[in-house]
Write a protein that binds this ligand. Structure first.
Ligand SMILES: Cc1cc2nc3c(=O)[nH]c(=O)nc-3n(C[C@H](O)[C@H](O)[C@H](O)COP(=O)(O)OP(=O)(O)OC[C@H]3O[C@@H](n4cnc5c(N)ncnc54)[C@H](O)[C@@H]3O)c2cc1C
Length: 400
């Protein structure tokens, strides 16, 4: 990220400076944090606190609910900057982003006042649980059921791959409020009969098992089992049976933020590659950076990165300015597609430039592979992203 990016306000530039300040403050301890994140898969609480103090966690939250209200573009700039400085490979944004958007868009006034200030100041961590073993890409197949009994809901079922459930205080659980059979019998669409519920991660009836997953380092992923978990009615986010509407609003920001993280990762890798290429000599006194076989792939990554960064900002701008969700969705999906490819290519190329050293963890590249690669698959795979662009931007028929 360079100063003087066109289209950015003074406020945006201040966010970038704040994120750089966080990175600088954490700098002396980064080796320790990297060990914690990449080797021990432990959540670095101190980084989270610094992000909260710098206003980053509350960037998307209006000032009236304790945030800084700089919007999604502000958050994009912060996460891109952190990733550029080597703080963001752990994709911190996954915790609380979806929850924030869901509560902002679908929550009651009471819910906004209760939850958002605590998210903004870092006191409250929230996981987000949609995926089930048999319902990933096709979330509508989910079977976890939240059955209403007067003033409570009773949740039964299971979720998989839930990031940070152990460190989160609460989680938003997406569940069916009507079974697929009930919907079929009543001729209702699969998008109906869903609900979002704010659930205490320590609630009675919840058990969890850690999965051996890589990708979002610093967190573990969990299988979560719900056995008659009681949730008060006031913890439902959105209208009865209409949870899918709230969910849809949260998907675009998540894609845009992950694209920003990917752009930052690509710059982190590129800087390392250039620094190494300027130093390393193999054949004579000429550094390998003089060889076009080394230069050109890096130059190509830089050119692609500039374009993807602009697209990511445009997607965030579209969201902040309330463009129709389908249009914002087009930009969000395109940004996520290209940014995930960019991050993988950049890290791959940086590893190649480093030769064998690319595989030495001290150079901090090989451990970036899984987080970058993850973004082609999750939170939504790039095939579905291209399906969206094909159907909603190009107007082509749906095939699945
Ligand atoms: C590290 C990590 C962290 C995660 N964190 C969370 C979390 O916090 N909360 C949460 O809810 N989930 C989380 N997930 C789950 C993630 O969102 C899912 O893994 C993802 O949505 C894919 O679902 P699936 O694994 O069931 O793949 P499947 O649905 O089985 O799909 C497999 C593959 O089939 C292909 N495919 C499927 N449908 C189509 C189609 N129509 N057209 C073309 N190709 C298609 C794609 O290539 C896809 O990758 C996480 C996953 C990982 C790996």
């Amino acid at each position: 990220m360079e100063q003087g990016q066109f289209g950015l306000t003074q406020e945006h530039l201040m966010v970038i400076e704040a994120a750089k300040g966080v990175a600088k403050k954490l700098g002396p301890k980064m080796d320790l944090f990297n060990k914690m994140i990449f080797e021990e898969q432990r959540f670095p609480e101190e980084i989270w606190k610094e992000m909260a103090n710098a206003g980053i966690l509350g960037a998307m939250i209006p000032e009236s609910y304790g945030g800084t209200g700089v919007g999604l573009l502000g958050m994009v700039l912060a996460l891109e900057t952190l990733a550029t400085e080597g703080v963001g490979a752990s994709l911190f944004s996954v915790l609380t982003t979806m929850d924030t958007m869901a509560i902002l868009r679908g929550g009651s006034e009471e819910q906004k006042r209760t939850w958002l200030p605590k998210i903004a100041n870092g006191d409250m961590k929230m996981a987000f649980a949609i995926t089930e073993p048999d319902a990933g890409t096709n979330a509508f197949r989910m079977r976890t059921l939240a059955k209403r009994e007067g003033d409570i809901y009773r949740i039964n079922g299971q979720k998989a791959w839930i990031t940070g459930f152990d460190v989160a205080d609460y989680a938003i659980i997406v569940a069916r409020t009507m079974t697929l059979d009930e919907l079929k019998a009543q001729g209702l669409p699969k998008s109906y009969g869903m609900g979002l519920f704010i659930v205490d991660t320590k609630a009675k009836g919840i058990t969890m098992n850690a999965m051996n997953t890589m990708g979002i380092e610093g967190f573990k992923q969990f299988h979560i089992y719900f056995d008659d978990v009681e949730v008060p009615l006031e913890n439902r986010v959105g209208e009865e049976h209409m949870g899918a509407m709230v969910l849809f609003h949260a998907l675009n920001p998540e894609r845009i933020l992950l694209a920003a993280g990917a752009v930052g990762m690509s710059e982190f890798a590129l800087r390392k590659a250039v620094a190494y290429a300027l130093e390393r000599k193999v054949w004579s006194d000429t550094p390998i950076g003089a060889y076009q076989g080394v230069q050109h792939p890096l130059a190509h990554i830089k050119a692609t990165q500039e374009a993807v960064r602009l697209l990511t900002y445009k997607a965030a701008w579209a969201f902040d300015n309330g463009l129709p969700p389908a249009q914002t969705g087009g930009y969000a999906n395109m940004a996520k597609l290209l940014a995930s490819e960019l991050a993988v290519d950049a890290i791959d190329r940086a590893i190649q430039t480093h030769g064998g050293n690319g595989f030495v963890t001290d150079y901090q590249l090989i451990q970036m592979w899984a987080p970058a690669r993850l973004l082609k698959t999750a939170p939504i795979n790039n095939e579905m992203v291209m399906n969206f662009i094909s159907e909603h931007v190009l107007g082509l028929p749906k095939s699945y």
